[in-house]
Design a protein around this ligand. Sequence first.
Ligand code: GAR
Length: 227
Amino acid sequence: MASFSDALPMKDASPIKIVALISGNGSNLQAIIDAIAERGLNAKICAVISNIEQAYGLQRASKAGIPAVWIDHKKYSNREQFDQALIEAIDPYQPDLIVLAGFMRILTEPFVCHYQGRLINIHPSLLPRFRGLNTHQRVIEEGDSEHGASIHFVTPDLDGGPVIVQARISVEANDSAETLAQKVQQQEHKIYPQVVEWFCDNRIRLNQNKVYLDGNELHDRGYSPPI
Ligand code: GAR
């Protein structure tokens, strides 16, 4: 007779391997590092790679004992060659998940396809609204009443991949691009570790350009956590 424990899904004890790509401050990286340590997420960040030597996120990585790698995109004559160098740096770690955490480079289709289903990005807007740069300023200029952050699977369509989760904030009359950036980042630091945890627990999946959480398809705007 099957026991109760036979009915439970097998939990793989080995942590999921993550490589994070950054270009700057790395506060989202820090939120993930902290969540792994404090909440005991079953994940290991194997390396942090930056295209910018001075990126503070590289220091955060070193402080946490994570290999910090700088690959200067200016040394490569085109995007394809830089992306190939990135692949060569990432693949030896055999990552289960590649986390773009403020990585400010457009990635080529071969790179994106190479990591399909295990490449995620955080973007400071409620996608599909405000793809690209200067999202906070554009929110003010357009007079939007709500704003936020999105985490999505990366596809060759820039900032256009299927959304996993969105966090919303309301835009007040006295908000500036700076105050919006602060409020959005507070939310980012909650949702990025949450999504990493879902990956650790094998709860999230991309199939035919659709996102599934616990086997249920997430529609247009992904999961919306309670505010
Ligand atoms: C984050 O706000 C993230 O949403 C944004 O860069 C910031 C990085 O902050 N990403 C993009 O704009 C990607 N298009 P951090 O370095 O402190 O994590």
